[in-house]
Each structure stands twice: as C-alpha cells, then as structure tokens.
Design a protein around this ligand. Structure first.
Ligand code: DC
Length: 228
C-alpha cells in the first residue's frame, strides 16, 4: 500500500525524548482506537541490525540507504508496547540489544538514511488511522497529521521508570549512570542538525512526570476525540 492511497487516514503523532513512555502510550491508544501503530525507532533499529549483520559500517551512507529499500517490517499494538516483526518474525529482543541501540543512534544522524526511510514510514498510514511514535513524526514524516502530541517527562522520572523496568528484568543497573546517559542523549537528540527532537508548532505538549500510564492514555484519547 502506498502513502498516496492513504492520505486521508488520520494520523496521531507521538514524539518525545527517550523513556517518556511513547511506546506504551502509543500501543495503548492504538488498541483503544483500533488504529495501526508505527514504532519509527524500530525502523532505525532494523536498519542498524541489518547493517551489523551484513558488515556495513556506520559511515557508509550509500550502502546504508540501500539497506532501507527492502525492509519487510510490521507492527502490532501489544499489551506491553508496540511489537515489531521483520519478515513476519518477532525481532524485539534483537532490536533492543545494546550494539543495535548504539548503531541506530549513529545511522539516525545520516540525512540519506532519513530520506530513504520516509516512504516506508508513510506507507503505514492506513484507514481507520495510524498512531506513529518517534522523534520527528509530527515535524517531518507526517507534518499534515491532524493530531500531534509531544510526550515529555522529567529526566529524573524517565530514569526512574527505566531503572524499574531493567530491575524487573533482573538487570544490574546504576541509577546515576542511567540518569546521566539520558541527559546526554536528550541533548544530542535536541541539538542534532537533522530532525531534532522538538515539538511541532501545532503539537500538544504533555508532561507525564506525575501521571500514570492509564492517565496519559486517557488524556491522549481525549485530545484525539477533540480533533477527529
Ligand atoms: O526510540 P528508539 O530508542 O527506539 O530509537 C532508536 C534510535 O533512532 C534513537 O537513536 C533515536 C532514533 N530515532 C530517530 O532519529 N527518529 C525517529 N523518528 C525515531 C528514532
């Protein structure tokens, strides 16, 4: 399906910094509305994983852009967040590996890669609607989306949430390190020259620092109902 066939489908964009809960909120809202979901971070992660598998280096912009051409990705709004499938197989564990995270943050800086991924991301726009989660959904990929949310939370709260998630998985984690990593990543994402993580001019900025996941989902649903 191409984007031109689906231009009339409504899109809800949910952008924001790392750890703001975009995945869980997007999946919850998509399930409640019966809309499709797009995890654009997973798109960058899938390119990164395929570059690592094929030995393509992070500065080989042309080969990386080529890798973006035939990515058979699909998404499902699950209980725990947006589940990702490549060629029909679940790939969440692989995409969350540290080497993939590091590679994806490098390739996300390359304009040729970002340009090569535009059509793929837009092809997920379908009736009855799409919830698109990322950094530049409202500013670059779907600038005409009728509903845009920028989901934020304090660095301390985002570090806390990540700390709890990792602890629950039995991982050995250091809070201060998580906090500092998040702060540094925020700065890099906000200040990068291509597609910086900033709210679109017409986005509703939602600070979830003191809200529960259900409260954020309800709030986003009420914003959708006002606008569609
Ligand atoms: O949200 P995430 O951690 O899964 O994203 C993986 C990487 O891709 C991260 O470095 C940010 C980047 N990214 C991006 O540049 N633009 C997007 N729309 C989504 C993610």
């Amino acid at each position: 399906m191409t984007s031109s066939n689906n231009k009339s489908a409504p899109v809800l964009t949910i952008d924001g910094p790392s750890g703001a809960g975009k995945g869980a909120v997007s999946a919850g809202v998509a399930r409640r509305l019966g809309w499709f979901a797009l995890d654009s971070g997973a798109v960058y992660r899938a390119v990164a994983a395929s570059a690592l598998d094929q030995g393509v280096s992070a500065d080989d912009e042309d080969s990386l852009a080529d890798l973006c051409q035939d990515l058979a990705l699909s998404f499902e709004a699950a209980d725990t967040g947006i589940a990702v499938f490549l060629d029909g197989q679940p790939v969440d564990d692989r995409l969350r590996q540290e080497e993939v995270s590091v590679m994806s943050s490098k390739i996300a800086l390359l304009p040729a890669v970002r340009a090569a991924l535009l059509d793929l991301q837009r092809s997920f726009r379908r009736q009855p609607g799409l919830v698109a989660d990322g950094r530049d959904m409202g500013t670059v990929v779907f600038p005409d989306a009728p509903i845009k949310v920028f989901l934020d939370a304090s660095v301390k709260e985002r570090a806390n949430r990540r700390y709890k998630q990792l602890k629950e998985k039995g991982k050995d984690v250091n809070f201060l390190r998580l906090f500092r990593d998040l702060e540094a990543r925020d700065r890099r994402d906000r200040e990068r020259p291509v597609s910086p993580t900033v709210p679109a001019a017409d986005a509703v900025v939602l600070d979830s620092t003191t809200m529960t996941l259900d409260e954020v989902i309800d709030k986003v649903l009420s914003i959708v109902r006002q606008r569609v």
